[in-house]
Write a protein that binds this ligand. Structure first.
Ligand SMILES: [Ca+2]
Ligand SMILES: [Ca+2]
Ligand SMILES: [Ca+2]
Ligand SMILES: [Ca+2]
Length: 410
């Protein structure tokens, strides 16, 4: 027992020392919905339901949910949702959320369903809000003929600026990145994007890994001094582009791709005003004028940097295990097992109901010496994490964990 008490104390001291040298890391969070709730698998971010939303969402295996068949007229029977190619994922199901009225008034959220999102990030240097980021969704759309908005064509994802003003019109609660049905036959098909540009082809009741990157800090060489924010879109690791001449700076050329503008992401109340004076949470799968649809979401990944086409290509298509699968011991999923992970493990020592990002690497929902041993066995200090721990602290940590490991087996 003495060693069990010693280790967390040691890790705590280590964490304090690390804080002095660590640079601000990217805020990266992934949700996999494997535990019947909205907690992230790893990372500092969080999401939660508006009003009574969490009473109408469900968790379970994908194939436990019924969806509309791909072909034929509106059915009176349903089929099981498809599994992924590599298995039947744990998912969060959300129904088609109703919009609320009066889209041209500032959002008050009364009666709204959907999710708020806290990226737990800092402002892009020089700006009020997060102007460079990436969202990735492992998602299945079960009923594309029953989406919202005009012609029942739209299903929104994130809304960074509900109070946005485009072309002089206030567009309260309009999402910034949509699925839009672009074909009904031979099967319902959606593209992805915004502002009338929806390339790509996602079929109903199919799993896909959909990524969107936003960079609002770019300038347009053709318009010196003007901004040219860029939205880039990917399906299963492959970039999709429109053919209307607006690529890739689709949102900049549209006139609203400027820093802290419509497409930027909030850090929450008090986090910094948008260009339109908005300062509240960004939302997910909420759209004020009903441009929504039901979804099965297996994983969602967010990072406050613009991932490259090469990185997204490497991630490929949807998988049961999630979008980014950290190596053993890598609590914060930054690719290295170092003192940052040790400090996370130490901060959650003996915690129950634990997730990977708290230091539970063996999946028993406890953070204890078993996880510390796993971390020690996979220690890879150094690399691109940005922090180079002093060799002495690494040796101390490893010796502490190793001692504990041998002690347990005597
Ligand atoms: Ca918006
Ligand atoms: Ca999942
Ligand atoms: Ca790590
Ligand atoms: Ca554990």
């Amino acid at each position: 027992m003495r060693l069990r008490r010693f280790l967390p104390c040691f890790l705590g001291v280590l964490a304090m020392s690390v804080c002095l040298v660590a640079s601000a890391p990217a805020a990266t969070t992934q949700f996999d919905f494997n535990n019947g709730d909205l907690r992230p698998t790893f990372g500092p971010g969080s999401m939660w339901g508006m009003n009574d939303t969490e009473s109408v969402i469900q968790f379970g295996k994908a194939t436990s949910f019924l969806v509309v068949p791909e072909e034929g007229p509106l059915p009176d029977t349903y089929v099981a949702a498809a599994p992924m190619a590599d298995g039947d994922p744990d998912v969060m199901y959300f129904p088609k959320f109703p919009g609320v009225t009066d889209r041209y008034n500032i959002v008050d959220w009364a009666g709204a369903r959907g999710f708020f999102f806290d990226p737990a990030s800092v402002a892009t240097p020089g700006y009020n809000r997060i102007n460079k980021f990436t969202f990735i969704f492992d998602i299945l759309i079960p009923d594309m003929m029953n989406l919202g908005g005009s012609a029942s064509n739209y299903m929104g994802t994130y809304d960074g600026e509900p109070d946005q003003i485009d072309g002089g019109n206030r567009r309260g609660g309009d999402c910034e990145f949509f699925f839009s049905r672009t074909a009904d036959v031979p099967e319902p098909t959606c593209g992805i994007g915004i502002d009338g540009s929806y390339p790509g082809a996602i079929g109903q009741n199919e799993w896909h890994r959909v990524a969107v990157t936003i960079d609002l800090t770019l300038t347009n060489p053709a318009n010196p001094g003007g901004y040219a924010g860029e939205m880039r879109r990917y399906i299963d690791g492959v970039e999709v582009v429109a053919t209307d001449g607006r690529e890739p700076k689709i949102i900049g050329l549209q006139g609203n791709g400027f820093p802290d503008g419509r497409f930027s992401l909030s850090r929450g109340p008090g986090g910094g005003l948008s260009a339109n004076g908005w300062d509240y949470w960004s939302s997910l799968f909420y759209d004020r004028d009903n441009e929504m649809g039901a979804g099965l979401l297996s994983s969602m990944y967010f990072t406050d940097r613009v991932m490259s086409a090469e990185e997204i290509a490497t991630l490929g298509g949807p998988t049961v295990a999630g979008i980014v699968v950290p190596g053993l011991g890598d609590a914060n999923a930054d690719g290295v097992v170092d003192d940052k992970d040790a400090s996370i493990l130490g901060a959650n020592w003996m915690a129950g109901g634990a997730m990977w990002g708290m230091g539970d690497f063996n999946g028993d929902h406890m953070v204890n010496d078993k996880d510390a041993a796993i971390m020690a066995a996979h220690w890879t200090a150094g690399g691109f994490g940005g922090t180079v721990p002093e060799p002495g602290t690494v040796v101390l940590l490893l010796s502490a964990v190793a001692t504990l490991w041998f002690w347990r087996r005597r």
